[in-house]
Ligand binder design. Structure first.
Ligand code: PGA
Length: 234
């Protein structure tokens, strides 16, 4: 894992855009994308570039169960609003939050991912170490599946809804195995709330109790953070 620390968020996001655009220019055509507060400034910056993704495909990490693509808190809507509206891809895929049969929907999405292996995967990280919606304890061998969201994740995401009661209780997520098949992974961890979990990942713990720690064994991971070393750190 390569770690880059930034004292300015502006510089961090500029670097993130460079990494993504360079990956595209080097031939990446299949991009795994993420949502969340961390990604909003990134997508805003990508929209300011002249990068053209119309020959690329995107596959989002996850989607809430029960929300249509038109629902303002669905990840399909988020992606349209923050990125695809301005930077269309040739094809953009997300799990279908309204699918009738969750088992079939997870299998459909996983088979798409296997058909179009990811060249690049963008990741945020949850305070509990989740990547996508793979909560602590998820098998490192997991494929796309339906999850029941942890209460802490629903609370963390409640800021995007009118109340926590409106946050769905279930979601589809790429599995950890689906994620780490990507050739290159960029993880962005911004803000004090991510310090403890980032330290655990950087300490090279490798445990299903911290889903993001799976990245310690991936050959091509870049982590960008605005967190500076604390004085007692080496
Ligand atoms: P955030 O979410 O960017 O809103 O902090 C990240 C995540 O939960 O993966």
């Amino acid at each position: 894992m390569k770690l880059e620390r930034f004292s300015s968020k502006e510089d961090l996001y500029t670097r993130a855009v460079d990494i993504i655009v360079n990956a595209k220019n080097d031939g990446a055509t299949t991009f795994g994308l993420a949502t969340g507060g961390t990604m909003e400034p990134l997508y805003a910056k990508i929209c300011e570039t002249d990068a053209d993704f119309t020959n690329c495909m995107s596959f989002n990490l996850d989607e809430y169960v029960g929300l249509s693509a038109k629902h303002e808190q669905s990840y399909a809507y988020y992606m349209y609003k923050h990125l695809f509206h301005h930077k269309p891809f040739k094809e953009s895929h997300l799990p279908n939050g309204l699918a009738d049969n969750p088992t079939e929907e997870a299998a459909r999405y996983e088979s798409l991912l296997q058909q179009y292996p990811l060249d690049f995967q963008l990741l945020g990280i949850g305070q509990n170490g989740h990547i996508g919606f793979n909560e602590p304890g998820t098998s490192f061998d997991s494929l796309t599946h339906l999850v029941t969201l942890e209460e802490s994740t629903r609370q963390a995401n409640a800021r995007f809804f009118d109340s926590v009661d409106e946050v769905p209780t279930e979601a589809y997520t790429m599995g950890i195995q689906s994620i780490i098949r990507a050739k290159c992974i960029l993880l962005i961890a911004v803000g004090e709330a991510k310090r403890t979990v980032l330290e655990r990942v950087l300490a090279s713990e490798y445990t299903e109790a911290v889903p993001a720690s799976v990245l310690t064994k991936h050959p091509n991971v870049i982590i960008l953070t605005d967190l500076q070393k604390e004085e007692n750190e080496q």
